[in-house]
Design a protein around this ligand. Structure first.
Ligand code: TXA
Ligand code: MG
Length: 312
């Protein structure tokens, strides 16, 4: 597929829920409407990841970021100093945050940045909504710094690639988390730890990781539903909620995808788990989910939610 520079056309593609690779100053991002569960599910499908990792959300200006997350004062200072630029800030999701829970991989937090690239900023303005943008490479490959890299590895899986030339930073953004009382550096990147410490006057704890924000165990204890989860269940027990896959039937009103589509199932997974958990039911039985394509990531997440957990 040809790489193009028609940003207005790209915004239309995004509005239709399709994927557009776009240049940033760090690496090319795989863009999708961050407020559209299905579009976000397509990003995971295109990257071919066996698990859901939370994605960075891109916005056109700091004010937009401040509406998505709850930013403490130090985070606002960093935002004002370094945006647009290669810094990603992780905060608790704002109560009315419109970004898909799937983009947060079910976490109550959100990672946001304002990219410093004219094409990315023009696209964000024309589109008018936040964009998820993980690096535009298949899982396990290196991040792309030219449109040609993207075309070679993902060209057949996405609707459009915007060509903005070679990325000037070439490594991903630095990720800083404000989820605890003192800020933590989660990923080294385009802005050095020393620069951030100079601006904030704080010493950062480094908890750098490669791709995942936390050990799976921690993810699990934070984000499993309150209800007990049983997997691969064909028929629920009395009093148990049933999360089906495929046509709705006698077992209740919840199906991950009535048509048996794994992209739709991924798109509704976290929302339905939250909705069912909110009914106060003690146990949720989940239908068998096919273990291919996005089914691997769905099963990975369900296994974490079902594993015995530390409730302390
Ligand atoms: O430079 C970049 O940041 C590129 C360009 C395209 O903007 N984007 C990028 O996005 O690298 P992505 O989605 O691949 O980066 C995800 C990183 C991971 O290290 C992930 O763990 C962290 O951001 N992250 C995202 N959401 C998080 C959250 N809620 N809590 C902790 N870490 C989070
Ligand atoms: Mg990446």
């Amino acid at each position: 597929m040809p790489a193009l520079n028609d940003i207005a056309a790209a915004a239309e593609v995004l509005k239709a829920g399709d994927l557009v690779a776009f240049p940033t100053e760090t690496v090319y991002g795989l863009g999708a409407d961050a407020t559209n569960d299905r579009a976000v599910a397509r990003v995971y499908a295109a990257k071919g990841r066996p698990a859901f990792n939370p994605l960075i959300v891109h916005v056109a200006e700091a004010q937009a970021a401040f509406r998505l997350g709850t930013f403490p004062e130090t985070a606002r200072i960093l935002a004002r100093d370094f945006w647009p630029g290669p810094l990603t800030i992780v905060t608790p999701r704002a109560p009315d945050c419109p970004v898909s829970l799937l983009a947060s991989a079910g976490l109550p937090s959100i990672a946001v940045r304002v990219p410093d690239h004219p094409v990315a900023l023009d696209l964000l303005h024309k589109f008018g909504r936040p964009l998820v943008g993980p690096s535009a490479n298949p899982s396990g490959r290196i991040s792309p710094t030219t449109a040609e890299h993207v075309r070679r590895h993902l060209g057949s899986r996405i609707a459009m690639i915007l060509d903005g030339g070679r990325c000037k930073v070439g490594v991903e953004s630095t990720v800083v988390s404000f989820l605890e009382s003192s800020p933590k550096l989660l990923r080294h990147g385009g802005i050095s730890q020393a620069e951030i410490e100079r601006v904030t006057g704080l010493t950062l704890t480094v908890e750098a990781h490669s791709e995942r924000p936390r050990a799976p165990g921690q993810l699990l204890s934070h984000y499993a539903p309150r209800a007990e989860i049983r997997l691969n269940v064909e028929a629920p027990r009395n009093g148990e909620a049933y999360l089906g896959f495929g046509p709705l039937h006698a077992h209740g009103p919840y199906s991950l995808s009535p048509s048996g589509d794994l992209i739709e199932a991924a798109a509704s997974l976290f929302r339905l788990l939250h909705d069912i958990d909110a009914t106060g039911v003690r146990s949720i039985a989940v239908a068998p989910i096919p273990h291919h394509g996005l089914g691997e990531a769905i099963n990975d997440r369900l296994m974490r939610a079902a594993a015995p957990r530390d409730r302390a």
